[in-house]
Each structure stands twice: as structure tokens, then as C-alpha cells.
Design a protein around this ligand. Sequence first.
Ligand code: GLU
Length: 466
Amino acid sequence: MTEVRTRFAPSPTGFFHIGSARTALFNWLYARHTGGTFVLRIEDTDTARNTKEFLDVILESMRWLGMDWDEGPEVGGDYGPYFQSQRKDFYKQKVRELMDCGRAYEKDGAIWFRLEGERETVTETYKDGSTGETICKEFERVHAAPVVIDDIIRGRVERAEDRDFVIVRSNGEPVFHLVNVVDDIAMKITHVIRGEDHLSNTSKHIELYKAFGVEPPKFAHIPLILKTEGSGKMSKRDRGALIEEYQQRHFLPAAVRNYLCLLGWTPKDDKEILPIEEIIAQFDLADVHQANARFDERKMAFVNQEYLRALPDESFTWLAAPILGEAGLVNDKTDEDYIQKVIALTKEKVAALDTFPSFVRYFFEDSVAIDEKALAKISKKNDPYARCEELLPELANLPDFEDATVDALFGKLSAERGIKLSDYYAPLRLAVSGLGGGPHLQGILRLLGKEKVIARVKAFLAGKKS
Ligand code: GLU
């Protein structure tokens, strides 16, 4: 059996979108699953729209997601160069070959690919968009035999091209269809795995393979990614669409990669969060769904949270401490043991590291800012000030702030006064942290210590608006 060779062929004309990342990922997974080769080829023929900045973003994001390429920019390989902008002479030679055997010709300054089949002259009428004028244009319709695409995901698709198409523009730039096919042949690509939006190009591509006398590779067109709501395709402008966003928000790359795997593919037994080695072992193109996938930001956050939870405390600290430093909450003088304890207490509840500073701010700052929304919510059913008034002298009398001592106090008050435990917890949490939610309350009290807790409850009571 021939060795599998897949490729990811981005055009660096914009930021790295999750759709592109998922296409790269499925190519990478299939190459790793089969022990084949994953090629990265940069389709930068459109000189006006390609930039170095976007290329760097692609390379950087691929590295961040842990998708290493076996051949391509920076690593080289036997079939380079891997930038289409450096392969122009090769394309000229290939176009010449097509012209020499009568499968390409020049017209209106461009070079066209000639389809095989009966021809008839047809007049087409259409309205000019800007002038509204009706235009009649003659063209040659070709009755070419339909091309059969045996798509691994979509099954059998038949399509017939009915017009010759341009392969080199009048400005001399070769067109995507030509360079894509010529390079897939030269780079011995066995599987073309790409977005479903390319399915309509594939009949042209197969015509080109036939003209070059080469057996086409296997095709696998992967489903689109839809926005969280509605039937629209996820676009670059949608929140959560760019890989950069996740980098900036300190998501864990392994979590983002795991989530991307689920956009169009489901692991066995519906166990969705699993190590990449297991995903590689399980992943097969034949199991990729036909139906469109839907992006779900909440699920992405959930997967990230699961990965954060699974981190050992030391690894979490290693990642989180610099983020706390940047937010100005800790510095070289902060007690490391205290930071470690705050992390151990709060880690379970953190969905993304970018929100970590706001989640733990009150452990490191002297005063707390009361979340007014949380205050309003608690005040609907309960009087947080009255509860704190009751708690203040009792807390001040406690011999220590161990969980059992604090629990006994809450139990006693609740029984004596007929007030629900949660009606004490929420006001006290608000007073000491400023927030409506967070980690285990007893843990917060223990870490802050008696002095701070008392001071904060007093400050909360003093802040009561009359
Ligand atoms: N440069 C094309 C794109 O970014 C590649 C398509 C393909 O994978 O064949 O859409």
C-alpha cells in the first residue's frame, strides 16, 4: 500500500479561522493515524492579498495547537519549495505541457483549459449589475462526460463541467485550480481533505488530473462549521472564530484541539474528552459526519475547564501565576504557599485562565468591590445586611476558622433562628469576596483568616445604603 500523504494548503490572506484549523487538524490526524506524512503547503500565488503577518499567524497557531508538519516551511522536504510563490517556473512548464498536447489554449490574453467533449455555441443573456443593461454573450458549451467523485465522506458525487476554464490569468498569475492540482501531483498527495466549500471545484480538478494522465487522489470533503445559532456559516467576524482569540484568552491548546476534533467527528462511546494519542488511534475519515457541525462556545469553555481541572496543581500554578502577575495581583514578594493554596481551592471552578484574576482578586487585594448585581439578586429573597449583622459577633467569637468550627456555627444559627443555611452563606460570601459565586465558602474563610473576614464584614455593613 502506498504511504498516506495529506496536506494542509492555506492561503495566508487572513487570520487563522477555526474552520482552517479544523481542516489542518483532520489532515494531521489522518496522517498520524496511518503513520503517513503531513505536508504544509503555502498557497500564496495571490501576491496582492498574501502577507507575511498572516503566514506567521498560521505557523504560530499550528505550532500552538501541536500540529507539527513533516514537510513544509522551515522543515523543508523532498518535494519543495513549499511556497507556491516560489514554484512559478514549474507551473509555466506544466501549462506548456497542457498546451503542447492541445489541452490548453490562449484566448483574450489568458490561458484556458480545454475540456473534452462535443461543443455547441450558446448565447447567454444576463443583466449587468451596475448599468442594468441586458447583455448577450456567446460561449461554447461543452458536453463533457460527468466526473465521478468517490468522496470518502460524501459518497459518490457526479458533476459535469460544461465550459473551458481559465488556468492562467491575463496578468500571468496561475489560477488556484491549476496550481493546487499540479502541486498535489508533484508532492504525491494521496488524500485531499478539505472543506465542503471546495466540493464544487473538485470536478475541475479531476479534469486536470485526467489531462495530466494521473490518477486523482482520494477526496474527503469535511462539513461546514455553522454559527452557534441559525443556519449561517461561521465567519471570521464571529466571536470565537479565530485561533488567536483562544491564545490571548489563555485557553489550553490541547483543549482547543480536542474541541476542534469534535466539529464533525465523534469518538467512540461518546467519550468526548480524551488524550490526543487516543484520538489519533480512533480517527478515521470514513467516520467524519456528512452533516454540518455547529460551533458552541459554551462547549469549548466546558472542554477547557475539564482540561484545567485535570492539570496537576503545580502545572496550573505554572500557567496561572504569570497571569496573576500581569493583572498586578501577585509579585516576587507574594507568599508562594498562599498562591498555591488559593489555586488549590479555586482551580476546579475556572473555565478559562483569562478570567482567573477576576475570580481570585479578593484573595490578594485589601478591599473588595461588591458586585451590585449579585447584591440585588441576594436582596430579593433575603436581607444580606441583617444576616451579616447576626454573623459578625459570632464570627468574632470563634476560636479558629477551621471548616468544622465554621460549619458548627452556621448549623447552630440556622437551627436557632429558623433561617436556611444558604441564606447565611450567600451574604457572607458577598461580603468577603464581593462576588455572587466562587469556590467553597469555608475554604475562602480559612484562607483569608479571621482578621480579614471580620474587617470585610464590617466594611460591607458600613457600605449599606440607607
Ligand atoms: N488554498 C486553498 C484554501 O485555502 C486550498 C484548498 C485545498 O485544500 O485544496 O482554501
